[in-house]
Design a protein around this ligand. Structure first.
Ligand code: NDP
Ligand code: GDR
Length: 330
């Protein structure tokens, strides 16, 4: 039975990756940082019904000693570094924390792997945000990077270090340059989930409007369930490498609003207002990826359309709010 260690196991991708690996017979271990809100720990893993099938180990990517201890204990065959301060907007308010966790944190884990299990296959969660102010209309593994936020700069450092550990020490270290991917388990602060949650609350009479920032920005959105499969495929290759993972379709925030409100039979223009306070100090205006290499080498393709993704997210948020209303009434 292969053994996987996942940092960021409590996040969106960590939960879907855990489910995916468990279905393939893996022993799944995760790094769990302490929280005073114990009742919400593992909420996403619980939602997918896998919380009791994973082994959680206390540790924090900011604490090298804890990471060394966990890697030593688990002796993983595959290591997935998904932990990060992942909210771009927050990275301007917390640039040092973002640099520490999202940037240096990857090196903490790379060092632990190099010292304790150098034969393990390593995956780094790199990001399309590294393309930032895009240098080519369609971004590939060869497109130059131009980070536009403390988050993107930290991810670029982690990405470069992953390549360096591969080339300097011969680690099987791969980097997935993943474009935005969403799901019912997406954090509520990210725009798609913020929208689908609002659609559900408006539909059920719990809210009357939603305030958003830049409606013109465009993103290449896929489903997290499809994207964790690409992470795993990278770790199965005889040689490590870097891969863009994307759908090849880009959509504006306004058009996603139209899609999501439409799922509930609502016209988004009646409910969406813009708030300058939600604009970013620097914006990534448009992202559009080509996953041609992932298709050619990994035989990876997305299976979920944006329409299916939006419908699944709206349905899940409607179900959540209906359950809350039901619980409050009984
Ligand atoms: P989430 O924000 O949902 O999850 C982040 C995870 O990191 C959580 O489990 C969080 O733990 C953990 N974490 C944060 N700080 C620390 C720390 N100091 N020590 C240990 N764990 C920590 O992110 P996603 O699942 O959406 O994304 C996974 C990874 O992929 C991230 O690195 C993200 O930057 C990257 N990425 C995501 C994309 C997307 O569209 N989703 C696209 C490209 C890259 P806790 O639950 O305790 O907060
Ligand atoms: P992003 O995702 O920054 O692309 O990073 P997010 O959903 O936060 O923003 C996408 C775009 O929507 C615009 N926007 C808003 N965003 C938020 N969060 N809230 C709003 O009210 C709002 N209004 C408009 C933003 O300006 C932006 O243009 C995500 C994260 O998962 C990263 O960790 C990951 O690396 C990248 O995707 C790829």
């Amino acid at each position: 039975m292969p053994t996987a260690l996942i940092t960021g196991i409590t996040g969106q991708d960590g939960a879907y990756l855990s489910q995916f690996l468990l279905q393939r017979g893996y022993s799944v271990h995760g790094l769990l940082r302490r929280s005073a809100s114990a009742e919400v720990i593992g909420e996403r893993l619980r939602w997918l019904g896998v919380l009791d099938q994973v082994a959680l180990h206390d540790g924090d990517l900011l604490d090298l000693s804890s990471v060394l201890r966990v890697v030593q204990e688990v002796q993983p065959d595959e290591v997935y570094n998904l932990a990060a301060q992942s909210f771009v907007h927050a990275s301007w308010q917390q640039p040092l924390l973002t640099g520490s966790v999202t940037g240096l944190g990857a090196v903490v884990l790379l060092e632990a792997v190099r010292l304790l299990c150098p034969r393990a296959h390593f995956y780094q969660a790199s990001s399309s945000e590294m393309f930032g102010k895009i240098q080519e209309p369609v971004q590939t593994e060869r497109t130059p990077f131009y980070p536009r936020s403390p988050y993107a700069a930290a991810k670029l450092y982690a990405h470069a270090m992953t390549v360096n550990y591969r080339e300097s020490f011969g680690l099987h270290a791969s980097s997935g340059i993943l474009f935005n991917h969403e799901s019912p388990l997406r954090g509520i602060e990210f725009v798609t989930r913020k929208i689908t949650d609002a659609v559900a609350r408006i539909k059920l009479g719990l809210a009357g409007e939603i305030r958003l920032g830049n409606l013109q920005a465009k993103r290449d959105w896929g489903h997290a369930r499809d994207y964790v499969r690409a992470m795993w495929l990278m770790c199965q290759q005889p040689e490590p490498g870097d891969y863009v993972v994307a759908t090849g379709r880009t959509t504006s925030i306004a058009d996603f609003c139209a899609l999501a409100f439409g799922c509930a039979g609502l016209d988004w223009k009646n409910y969406v207002t813009t708030d300058p306070a939600l604009l970013r100090p620097a914006e990534v205006e448009v992202l559009l990826g080509s996953a041609a290499k992932a298709k050619a080498v990994l035989d990876w393709e997305p299976e979920t359309t944006l329409e299916q993704l939006a419908a699944e997210m709206v349905e899940a948020d409607l179900a959540r709010h209906r359950a809350r209303l039901h619980a409050a009434a009984s």
